[in-house]
Ligand binder design. Structure first.
Ligand code: PMP
Length: 372
């Protein structure tokens, strides 16, 4: 029997091939007689798994040589403190607030630096992105932070800003937690990117940090050693015991992405084509509907996280409950919206097949005809 389609925002659906491979290798990894979970992180077997995962990620995202790839822990929320501890030098940092996640980043950073609000789309209810030309950039800022895909509000920077063209020398820091590996990254515009793995990559517990070499070595004295990027980099992400099993499964996902093809596109380019196809299918269905709507500016809609709402939810949102119950009966799971915005949300990560989105759209049409 085929598995249901899981639209969770994270931890989220994973490629079935990856889960099957992890299951097949669970008791005995490649004749080692051990599960990856049981291996010393300093042993030859795990060191090779970790090095391969790093090399595959570097290849997939075309990460230049002068960037380091770090495997850390603590998720996006820990990075909200770790980044300013490492990069702010206690000075001014610019924040562009475009939804719940960048708002949290801005708040947390205030403990470590002068966190300046360069721009915000709060007035719109986070349904659009402020035009970079209008951002109030601080002179001499240590960096500028933005969240390149807002998982709750469903807004995405389809192009990263070129800060130099805006007259700033500050490195750009992006939180790419919820769309990493769904499109290529222009590293000329980025100083540091971070994200949790539990959305588009693998199990929770692993945080990716990709950081330009010259940004290492400036941590505040209060920064815990295990969170000092220089220390983590110098120790090959093994200053403390890394999340070994999560790294292994992430590595399997990297290899799965490398095997994917869409016409001439392969790897991340293939992921991008699929992300465009999936999100277009769903947004078209929403926009054609008189029952459902999505409030986000069309130019800035996320390809990964699609919040949508009923025009007439009924008393106590009864129509939402009917929609969700019917979805679950059809094998369409975890479509409830985030509690802070309500409604519905479909997360369409790399592992979601187009057929899953088609099944969702079919149920939306049936719901419109019969129950709305
Ligand atoms: N940033 C973004 C964009 C997210 O979507 C999330 C999790 N939903 C976080 C940060 C926080 O991640 P974590 O729970 O791994 O700390």
């Amino acid at each position: 029997m085929s598995r249901p389609y899981n639209f969770s925002a994270g931890p989220a659906t994973m490629p079935e091939e990856v889960l099957a491979q992890a299951a097949a290798e669970m008791l005995d990894w490649h004749g080692s007689g051990m599960s990856v979970m049981e291996m010393s992180h300093r042993g030859k077997a795990f060191m090779s798994i970790c090095a391969q995962a790093e090399a595959d990620l570097r290849e997939l995202l075309a990460v230049p040589e002068h960037f380091r790839i770090l495997f850390m822990q603590g998720g996006g929320l820990a990075e909200n403190a770790i980044v300013p501890m490492n990069l702010s030098r206690g000075g001014t940092v610019d924040f562009v607030v475009t939804g719940a996640w960048s708002q949290k980043s801005h708040q947390e950073a205030q403990k470590y630096c002068h966190a300046q609000l360069a721009a915000s789309s709060a007035d719109s209810g986070f349904t659009t992105l402020p035009d970079p030309a209008s951002w109030r950039l601080s002179r001499g800022a240590s960096y500028l932070h933005l969240c390149s895909n807002e998982t709750i509000h469903g807004v995405e920077f389809h192009e990263l800003p070129d800060l130099r063209a805006l007259g700033s020398d500050a490195p750009l820091v992006i939180d790419f937690s919820s769309h990493v590996l769904s499109r290529p990254i222009d590293w000329q515009r980025v100083g540091l990117a971070f994200g949790g793995a539990q959305k588009n990559i693998g199990p929770a517990g692993l945080t990716l940090v990709i950081v330009r070499e010259d940004l290492l070595g400036h941590a505040l004295a209060i920064c815990p050693s295990a969170f000092d990027y220089r220390t983590v980099a110098d120790n090959g992400s093994m200053f403390n015991t890394p999340p070994t099993y999560a790294i292994y499964v992430a590595g399997l996902t990297f290899q799965w992405i490398q095997r994917q093809r869409e016409g001439d596109a392969r790897g991340v380019a293939a992921m991008e084509q699929r992300a465009i196809a999936r999100s277009q299918l769903l947004y078209d269905a929403i926009d054609r509907s008189e029952v459902f709507y999505n409030p986000v500016d069309r130019a800035h809609r996320s390809r990964m996280n699609v919040p949508f709402f009923l025009r007439e939810p009924g008393p106590d949102g009864a129509a939402y409950a009917r929609f969700l119950a019917g979805a679950e009966a059809r094998g369409l799971l975890q479509l409830k919206g985030h509690k802070s915005v309500g409604g519905l949300r479909a997360s369409l990560y790399n592992a979601m097949p187009l057929a899953g989105v088609q099944a969702l759209v079919d149920w939306m049409r049936e719901f419109e005809r019969t129950q709305a």
